[in-house]
Design a protein. Sequence first.
Length: 307
Amino acid sequence: MKKIVVTLWLLATFVWAVGDIRILSVVNDPKSDLVTRIEKTLEKHGFVISANSEMNGPFKIQFQETSFEVFHLLTVFHRELSEQLVKENPHAGIFVPMGVGIYQAKGDKNLHVSILTPVAQSKILGLDKVDPKLIDIEAKMLAAFKEVMPKATHAIDKENALPAKGELVSMFEVQTDADTWADAKEELEITIENEFKPKGFVMSNFTDFNFMLTKEETVESPFDFYNTYSICKLKVIYNVAKTRPQAAAFAPCSMMFYKKKDEDKIVMGFPAVYNWMSSAHVTDAKGVEELLKAQKDFEEILRSATE
């Protein structure tokens, strides 16, 4: 196993364009409680399940139909490794939690699980090589999947990612200082959260990650605060899933929101929808339209909050 991990690291360091989404497939006919077992097994392997969002119900309510037997969006992070990751690279909070798409189309006997590879995550973070901690997180996740789905097949999209049509991470900053950051944080939170629903966004989860970094306020953290919002837009997921359901690995997206103790600024950022179109090869006109609208709306929320 160690040899495989080293090989993957060497490959990922030099081949950025290949391998953005890993898909596992396993027979699930008749439909079983596999989603529940995946969730419990991930927890057993050190992962925190931030949310398990069943999407077929909302699809039927808003669009009166669904083409899936199973469609779940899990948001997860590894308790120990994610802490190390964020301390070394605060922007890595856009993957705390990260997405796990679980789906099975009607008429398909196989259930599929999609996750972003360490290659994709490192590329999105703007790193010049793959972060070994991201490889470790994937290895632990795959070990959990192997335990619960021992007969699953693995596939990584061998096509080069499409050229990205914009920045992979959308960033916003607000200057502050020791006397004003707490008030600025509260004002930003209120403004942002009040704008989610009118713009069609749903917050599936909120994570006070600094509470975990401080071991429930018993040790020091390098941050005054570190929060992440898991945000999704139903129209985006519904339309994209019709042609590229593996893009569920990007949903919901995690918006990081933090302030380091040694910096006089509050930082916000989220993975842009250009990742969906590039890594998951989303080219369907309606899917692209909804993605670009979501990008515009999310940017407007953060821009209005920071101006």
